[in-house]
Design a protein around this ligand. Sequence first.
Ligand code: ZN
Length: 455
Amino acid sequence: MYDLLIKNALLVNASDTQKGCIAIKDGKIMAIGGDASDFSAIRELDAQGKHMLPGCVDVHVHFRDPGLTYKEDFSTGSMAAAAGGVTTVFDMPNVQPPTLNVENFLIKKQIAEEKSYVNYGIYSYLVNNLDQIDALIEAGVCGFKWDLSTFDWELPEGYYLPDNHEAADIFRKIATYDYVVSIHAEDMELVKNFTSKLRSEGRDERDFLAHVEARPDIVELSALYRAFVLSELSGCRIHITHLTSKRGLALIKEHQRRGIRVTSDVGPAWFTFNAGDYEKFGGGIRVIPAIRYKEDSDALWRSLADGGIEAVATDHAPHSNEEKFNRTWWDTLPGTIGVQTSLPILLDRVNKGEMTLERVVACMAEAPARIFGLYPRKGGIRVGMDADLVLVDMDKEWVVTHGEMYSKTKYTPYDGMWLRGKPVMTIVMGDIIMENGNIVGKPGAARMVNPKKEW
Ligand SMILES: [Zn+2]
C-alpha cells in the first residue's frame, strides 16, 4: 500500500517524457508505471494528463532569516518557493549573524527546520575561515559562497575577504571534499572607481542607467579571471552564479574547453529585462551584478535554451519598498524577488516555442542537483529518488500580480506580465504543500540537503 498515487500524468525528465503514474511511499518515488490499476494507495490523484516535473532546485535565494526578517523569513520565502514549484532552495549566508562558522550555521539550521516548507541547503561564506571548513562540511553546509561584492565592513570583526594567497588554501581545502564554491563575480575595486567617476561627473541620482555604466561587463570579466586562476591552482570546482554578460559567457565557455571545472547559472531577471527597462522600473530592477544591454540578455537566453549555461537560479533577494524606491542609483539595495515566478517564466517560453520542457527540467532541476551534489536523490522522476514534484498546467493563462506573491516583499517587476503555464501542485518529500496556488502543507516534511546526501 502506497501513501500517494498520482495517475494519468506526463512525467518529464531532462532526457524524455513518458505517460504514466507515480507511486510514493515514505517520501520516495517507489514505482513508476503505465497502468495505475497495478497500484493501490491511501490517496489517489488524477493529474488529468498534465505535466509532472521534478521539483525545481534554486541554488541562490536570500530568505533573510535570521536578522533581516522585516524583508523575508524562512516561512514566507519557502511558501513563495512552493507556490513557484521550487522544492529545494539554497540559502545565502548574508544574514545576521552571517553564516561563516558552525555556531552561526546552527542558528540558521534550527530556523529553517522549524519554518521551511521546502527542502533547504545552507551556504557558508568563503571568508578567512579556513579553520572552519572541515567543521562546516561536517555540520552540513551545502556549499560555499565567495561573494566578491561583500565589503569587509559588512562582516563581523576579524573576518574579511581573503586575498589570493589565503583563498588558494581555502579552495584547496574545499576541493578535497569535491564541494563547489559559488561565486558572485564582480571586481569591486573597479566598481568603486566607475561609481565615483560617474558621481563626480554629476550623474543624475535618479538615472538608473548609470547603475549598469558603473558596473560594466569588464568588472565581471576581471572577477572571472581571478576565479579561474584559483580553480586551476586548487582543482576546486567553481560555479558562477547570476552570470550577466555576453563576454563573461564566452570567457566561461573558453575556460571550460581548457579544462577549468566551472559551471554557471542565470536568473530570469537578467534575460527578461535589459538596460532599456531602467527608465520604467528604476530601483525595482537594480540588482548586482547589473542587468545589462539587450545583446547580453539575448545571449544569456540563447545559451540557457541550448544548454550552454547549465542552470537557472533566481537570486531571490527581497528588500523593503523604502530600500528599493526612495534611493539613488548607487545606494538602492540590490535585488528583487523571483523564486515564485522563475518556473512560470520558463513555462511561458516553452509555450512560445523558445525552449523544450525537458530543457526546463534540465536547467531548473537536474543540473543544479548534479552541480551541487544532490543527484541522484534530487533532479529527476525515477524510482528511488525523493518525491519532490511539481505538477504544471501548461495551458493556464494568468497575469502576475504583486498581491499573489507570498514573499513579505510584494513588489515584483513581473507584475502585469501575462504568462501561459503555471505550477498547480507542489509535492515535497511526498507531502502535498501547494495546491492551485494555495499553501496547504505544513513545515516539517522538508529536509536539509547537502552533498553528503544524509537527509
Ligand atoms: Zn544573491
